[in-house]
Design a protein around this ligand. Structure first.
Ligand code: FAD
Length: 278
C-alpha cells in the first residue's frame, strides 16, 4: 500500500468567464480530495496580475488554503510589495516565488532579476509571514550554466529564506532522487515536492516539455506517437505511467506531491484516488 503523503494542486488563471466557471467546479471536485493547498500561477511581468488576483479571491477562504505564485522578472519592487501586502491582508500564508519568463517582446529584467532576489525581498518586506516555496529542476533549468551551477542557485534561494521546493515535472524518478542527494550533501534538507504532470494529451505534453527543458523519455514519446489520435489509449497509458511514477516517488521518500491539474478534474482526481491519497 502507498504511504499517505499530502497533495496540492496547481491552477492557471482562466482567460474567459466560461473558464472561470469551469474552474469553480474543478476546485470543488479537487477540494473533496483534501489537498494541503491550491496554487495559482502568475504571468511574468504581471501579465496575468488581475486574473491571478481574481482566482485567488474566488478560492481564498473556501476551506483549503490558496498559494499565489509570484514572479519577479520585469516587475518592480513597489508592485510586488503591493501584492504581498494584499495577500497578507487576505490572510494568505503561502507563496510560490519564481523568477518567471519574460513574455516575448518584453525587455528589461526589472529590479529583481532572479528568484533568489524575490525570496530575499519577500523576507525583507514581510518577515516570516509567508511560507515560501521555490521552483526546483531535477533535470536542470534550461538556462542554467551547468547542473552544478543550478544546484548552487537553488541553495541560494534556500539561504535567502525559501522554506520548500516544488519541482518542474519529470518522468524519470532517478533525476529527483539524485537532486535530493546532491542537496543533502550540501546540508540542504528542505521538503521538495515532485511536480506531477498528468498525461492528458500528447501534443500539449510535448509542447510543455520542449518549453521547460523537461525530458519525455523515448519509450513514453514512442508510445504516445504510436497511439496517434486514440485519446482513450493515451489516457490509459498516461494513467499507468504517472501512477507508477508517483508510487516510486512516495516509496523513495517524496514528502508530498504537487499536481499540475491543467484546470481539469481528471486525470488528477483518479490518480489521487488510485494512490489512496484522498
Ligand atoms: P531562478 O531560480 O531565478 O533561476 C532561473 C535561471 O537563472 C536558472 O537557470 C538559474 O540557474 C539561473 N540563475 C539563478 N540565479 C542566478 C544568478 N545570480 N546569475 C546567473 N544565473 C542565475 N513561471 C511563471 O511565469 N509563472 C508561474 O506561476 C510559474 N510557476 C511555476 C511553478 C513551478 C513549480 C515551476 C517549477 C516553474 C514555474 N514557472 C512559472 C516557470 C519558471 O518561472 C521558469 O522556469 C523560469 O525560467 C525560472 O524561474 P525560477 O524561479 O526557477 O528562476
Amino acid at each position: 500500500m502507498t504511504k499517505r503523503v499530502p497533495i496540492s494542486f496547481e491552477f492557471f488563471p482562466p482567460k474567459t468567464d466560461a473558464g472561470a466557471e469551469k474552474l469553480k467546479l474543478v476546485h470543488q471536485d479537487l477540494q473533496y480530495l483534501n489537498p494541503e493547498f491550491f496554487s495559482v500561477t502568475y504571468g511574468a511581468g504581471g501579465s496575468t496580475r488581475e486574473r491571478t488576483l481574481a482566482a485567488i479571491e474566488e478560492f481564498n477562504g473556501k476551506g483549503t488554503p490558496v498559494a499565489p505564485h509570484l514572479s519577479c522578472i520585469g516587475d518592480d519592487k513597489a508592485r510586488i510589495a503591493e501584492l504581498l501586502d494584499l495577500y497578507k491582508s487576505q490572510n494568505i500564508k503561502r507563496i510560490v516565488a519564481l523568477r518567471g519568463d519574460l513574455p516575448s517582446g518584453q525587455v528589461g529584467l526589472g529590479e529583481l532579476p532572479y528568484a533568489q532576489d524575490l525570496v530575499r525581498f519577500i523576507r525583507e518586506h514581510s518577515g516570516d509571514h509567508f511560507h515560501i516555496e521555490v521552483a526546483a529542476y531535477p533535470e536542470m533549468h534550461p538556462q542554467a550554466e551547468s547542473f552544478d551551477a543550478d544546484i548552487r542557485r537553488f541553495i541560494e534561494k534556500v539561504n535567502a529564506g525559501a522554506n520548500a521546493g516544488i519541482t518542474q515535472f519529470f518522468f524519470n524518478p532517478d533525476s529527483y532522487f539524485y537532486f535530493l542527494d546532491r542537496l543533502a550533501k550540501e546540508g540542504i534538507h528542505i521538503p521538495i515536492a515532485p511536480g506531477i504532470m498528468p498525461i492528458i494529451n500528447a501534443s500539449n505534453l510535448i509542447r510543455f516539455a520542449d518549453g521547460t527543458g523537461a525530458e519525455i523519455p523515448r519509450w513514453i514519446r514512442k508510445q504516445l506517437s504510436a497511439y496517434g489520435d486514440d485519446s482513450v489509449a493515451i489516457k490509459d497509458f498516461g494513467h499507468e505511467v504517472v501512477l507508477k511514477l508517483c508510487e516510486r516517488l512516495i516509496a523513495g521518500g517524496a514528502p508530498s506531491l504537487h499536481f499540475y491539474s491543467m484546470n481539469q478534474t481528471e486525470p488528477t482526481r483518479q490518480l489521487v484516488l488510485d494512490l489512496g491519497l484522498a
